[in-house]
Every structure is written in C-alpha cells, then in structure tokens.
Design a binder for this molecule. Structure first.
Ligand code: ATP
Length: 288
C-alpha cells in the first residue's frame, strides 16, 4: 500500500563502494509537505543517500519508499514522481532557458504552458529568451530547479543546492526553495551549510561517517546544548567584543570591573548554531 502521509521512508540503508562503507544503516521518515535536510561534512554519505533515494544507485542493503514507490523494484514509476537537482546536471548553454525547458517538456510529455509556469516560479520569465550561456551560476541553478519541477513532482531532491554560489545568489535560491515549501512541496535537501539547514528545514538529520547522529527540528537540536553553556558575549564601550565564562573566576572579575567602570554596553548569550551541535556530537567542525 502506498503511504501518502510519508513522502520518504528509509529503513536501514547501507551502501559500500568496493568494501568501503559510505552509508551505514540510515533510517528516517519524511512527512508529506516537509522540508527535510541532511546536514554533514564532505564525505559523510549525503550524496550517496540521495542517489539511492532517487534510484540512481542501488543500496547494498536496506529498503526505502519514496512517493509511494520502492526505490529498487519500482524505479520507472518513482522517476515520474520525483524531481532531482544535482550538482553535475547539464543544461544546453547555446539554447535559451525556454528552449531548454521546452526540450524537456516534450521528453516528459508535459504541456508547453507548464514551461511558462516554472519560468515564473523560478523568476526567470523575463530572461527566458536569452541563451543560457549568458546566465549567472545562480540563474543556471534556478533553471535546473525549474526543469526538475516541470512534471509536477511529489518530492523534490536537492543535492547541495547552493554549493559554489556567491552569498547573494545562495540567498536567492534559498528564498525560492522556501517559496516552494510554502506551496506544500516536499523537499529533501543535502547541505554542508548549517545556516541553510537551519533556515530552510523543518527537521534536520545530522550525518557523519555514513550514520545519522542526530535528527530533530533545528531549534530543538540547538536547545539541547544551550543549557550546558556558561558563556556570555559582552561588548564594552570601546567597541570590543569578548566571550566570557561565567563560572571562571578571572572572567567574573573582568565582568564586575567592566560593570563598575560603566564600560559594559551589551551582554547576551552566544548564539548556538547547528555547527555547535555538530562539534558537540563529534568533536570536529562541520567544514574541517
Ligand atoms: P560531499 O559533500 O563531499 O559530496 P557526501 O556527504 O555527499 O560528501 P558521499 O559523496 O556520499 O558524501 O561520499 C561518502 C563516502 O563514499 C566518501 O568516503 C566518498 O569518498 C565515498 N564515495 C562516494 N562515491 C564513491 C564512488 N563512486 N566510488 C568509491 N567511493 C565513493
């Protein structure tokens, strides 16, 4: 029976490459309409997982259903129900954005009117008749997302959607992903940018060495480590910021002195990030 409430159900997925473990027993569920993130450092197994879920790579063991289809036994049906955006996807640079999309619309047997819809959705309509070779990387990425949306997929997979983009273009793409989420699209994305996972995802699986080491809403993941923290960030009247440990005597003395001298202008708890959660769990930084 297809499960309509769960867009993705993965059970104990494993994948090895020549005996080397890349994905080591991953299980999770993504609800319909949810934006779910896989956050982890390079080599954690994110791309391998997304390739298994999109039926490009067979798991060594384990099972998964995506949009109601088994990833191994129902591959052709699965492909019609998902949209995928990978880093290595090509677009025809000599063709215009519209021509690129028309080409795929014919391939997928999608009505031409849908091309205009996805162009508008990805805010490319006003540049639709220009050759893609003139586009910025951010616009090319928007076109690749538009193409993935052509056939009304039930689940959209995005592998590192903003990797290699400058901050402005990255923000633009995140905005468009958030728009899709508001329209009810189920989205599975991988990223090694903690802010991206934090901003976009309702729930995040933190992955390391092929395993999920934490899975929850970003705010809840961050709350787990906040209470153990005795740190405060202070700013003094000369504009300097410093992080102090309230349980350490020298820092307490510093703080008292600044207060007495009227030098303290701001004091607040440090902002906990998903990076801090990752460090707490693994002892390493996300981008090390
Ligand atoms: P990145 O962000 O660098 O792509 P990732 O989290 O997506 O990292 P994977 O690409 O899934 O990680 O890689 C997981 C592990 O599997 C790594 O150790 C990688 O070297 C290895 N690996 C990935 N693809 C292959 C392959 N085709 N052949 C052999 N080993 C591979």
């Amino acid at each position: 029976m297809p499960d309509i409430e769960h867009a993705i159900m993965a059970k104990d997925l494993h994948r090895t490459y020549n005996g080397r473990v890349a994905v080591d027993g991953i299980s999770f569920v993504v609800k319909a309409g949810e934006v779910f993130g896989f956050l982890g450092p390079n080599g954690a197994g994110k791309t391998t997982t997304i390739r298994m879920l999109t039926a490009q790579l067979r798991p060594t063991s384990g099972t998964a259903q995506v949009a109601g289809c088994d990833i191994v036994t129902q591959r052709p049906d699965l492909k019609t129900r998902i949209g995928v955006v990978f880093e290595d996807q090509n677009i025809y640079e000599r063709m215009t954005a519209r021509e690129n999309l028309m080409f795929y619309a014919q391939l997928y047997r999608v009505k031409p009117v849908r091309v205009q819809e996805v162009l508008e959705q990805m805010r490319l309509a006003d540049r639709a008749n220009e050759p893609v070779g003139r586009f910025s990387n951010g616009m090319k990425q928007r076109l690749i997302i538009a193409r993935a949306l052509l056939h009304h997929p039930r689940v959209l997979f995005l592998d590192e959607p903003t990797r290699g983009l400058d901050p402005v273009m990255g923000r633009e793409i995140r905005g468009l992903i958030a728009d899709l989420a508001r329209q009810g699209m189920t989205i599975f994305l991988t990223t090694h940018y903690m802010e991206e996972a934090d901003q976009l995802c309702q729930r995040v699986a933190i992955v390391d060495q092929g395993q999920i080491i934490a899975l929850d809403a970003p705010a809840r993941l961050k709350r787990q480590i906040a209470p153990q923290d005795d740190q405060v960030v202070v700013t003094t009247s000369d504009g300097q910021s410093d992080t102090l440990h309230l349980q350490q005597a020298p820092d307490q003395q510093k703080l008292v002195a600044w207060i007495q001298q009227g030098q303290l202008v701001d004091i607040h708890s440090p902002t906990v990030t998903l990076e801090d959660v990752f460090i707490q769990l693994t002892g390493r930084s996300l981008n090390s």
